[in-house]
Design a protein around this ligand. Structure first.
Ligand code: T4K
Length: 379
């Protein structure tokens, strides 16, 4: 009988926010207090847009209060209507952004390796009401951007990417945000780069950015002209200040996460029924999540059992993104949501487990988590 490894004394979560030295934020707060400028296009908002444009090597970026509203604004900016083809293997925000625009999501199955929408399953779903494809770079793994791009061109469709997990992802040295008409990024507290709540929309053309900037501010051009039925999606100065500070620390945080990922890969490869989800060759990992797939072998443990078992060690992993969006009551009645149309997604969603990944936990934390997983698998 193997001896159980010790439990963590403090809860270990799937992630924890990167928190810079408090003094640096307090200093920013003092300046904000002195200026009495809290939101509506302040100096920090402008500075963060500029800093992120440089950091991410993009031309047209608009900050938002959160990623979801950025995605909703993308649908408006690109004037999407009717149906949009998307993945069921994502966070609820993805199809909900469509629903809030009165657009029907049409679910396409995913690719078994990249776990992103499978371009080979998109074409059969394109109909007269289809206006776009909405791919998700899930866990920071890029969609098949070339395949999707070719399809969209052939059928005259727009392409939007939900890049909530893809801050800093690159494909052969090119920012992932170079692909598609628009890409959303999330800066939620659970993201490697964050502003507590926040997000951005990156678009290809200056004219689209102008439209996006109007859309996130009620459509207001000036004191007497309101150009569009916009919404309030603005990022405020406190969020922007936190973002400016966090930018100083993300390279260090990324390195710590890379070292944890190396430990996980080395320790977990070869465990019975466990596979590490990997970035394709040439892709720079956003280090947002570390995900394993657990398939019970010869009566071994299932993902659900490992997820439960780890709780006894005070390790709180997440089964992102179980259940599939197509299984939510709001969408399950759609023809495209029928399980027989989404066999790969249904199989994979039962296997995936996101392990804790944040710098503070370090390599030692990763080793201890591997000890617990190994114990549960061999027990
Ligand atoms: N598209 C995709 C593909 C997404 O994954 C997301 C968001 C969006 C769109 C929408 O972007 P935003 O509108 O959120 O910008 C969390 C995040 O809230 C959510 O942003 C994220 N995806 C999703 C994958 O994860 P939950 O419901 O899992 O969060 P919660 O509160 O359970 O937090 C997870 C763990 O993080 C906790 O167990 C502990 C830790 N935590 C969390 C918070 C909020 C902290 O340590 N501190 C904190 O302040 O959704």
């Amino acid at each position: 009988m193997r001896q159980a490894p010790p439990a963590f004394s403090e809860p270990v979560y799937v992630t924890r926010p990167l928190l810079p030295p408090l003094e640096e934020f307090v200093e920013q707060l003092q300046q904000i207090w002195a200026s009495k400028w809290m939101t509506n296009g302040g100096g920090r908002h402008a500075a963060l847009e500029q800093a992120l444009r440089e950091h991410l090597r993009v031309s047209h970026l608009s900050l938002f209060a959160n990623g979801t509203i950025a995605l909703m604004a993308a649908c408006q900016a690109l004037e999407l209507t009717g149906e949009v083809i998307t993945t069921p293997f994502t966070f609820p925000a993805t199809p909900h952004a469509l629903s809030w625009n009165r657009i029907t999501p049409v679910f396409a199955d995913i690719d078994p390796d990249s776990l992103t929408i499978d371009p080979n399953r998109i074409e059969e779903l394109i109909g007269p009401r289809t206006s776009a494809i909405l791919g998700v770079h899930v866990y920071g793994i890029p969609c098949d951007v070339d395949g999707i791009g070719r399809l969209a061109e052939r059928h005259g469709l727009r392409v939007i990417y939900d890049g909530a997990h893809a801050f800093g992802t690159e494909i052969d040295g090119r920012p992932v945000t170079d692909f598609g008409d628009a890409t959303m990024l999330s800066f939620h507290a659970t993201k490697l780069f964050h502003t507590a709540e926040g997000g951005a929309l990156i678009v290809r053309e200056a004219e689209t950015k102008r439209r996006v900037d109007l859309l996130k501010n009620f459509g207001i051009k000036n004191e007497t002209e309101v150009m569009l039925p916009g919404i309030n999606g603005k990022m405020n100065e406190l969020q922007a200040a936190l973002g400016l500070i966090n930018l100083r620390y993300i390279d260090a945080e990324r390195s710590k996460r890379e070292r944890m990922i190396a430990v996980y890969r080395e320790r977990l490869a070869g465990l019975p029924g466990v596979r590490c989800v990997r970035m394709p060759p040439g892709v720079r990992d956003s280090c947002q999540y570390f995900v394993i797939r657990i398939r019970p072998e010869n009566g071994g443990r299932s993902c659900a059992e490992i997820y439960q078992g780890l709780k006894a060690f005070n390790i709180h992993t997440r089964r992102y993104f179980y259940p599939l969006c197509s299984e939510y009551g709001h969408y399950s009645g759609l023809a495209s949501a029928r399980p027989e149309h989404l066999p790969v997604a249904h199989e994979i969603v039962k296997e995936v487990l996101s392990l804790p990944l944040y710098g503070e936990l370090g390599e030692e934390g990763a080793h201890r988590i591997c000890d617990c997983i190994s114990y549960l698998l061999y027990r």
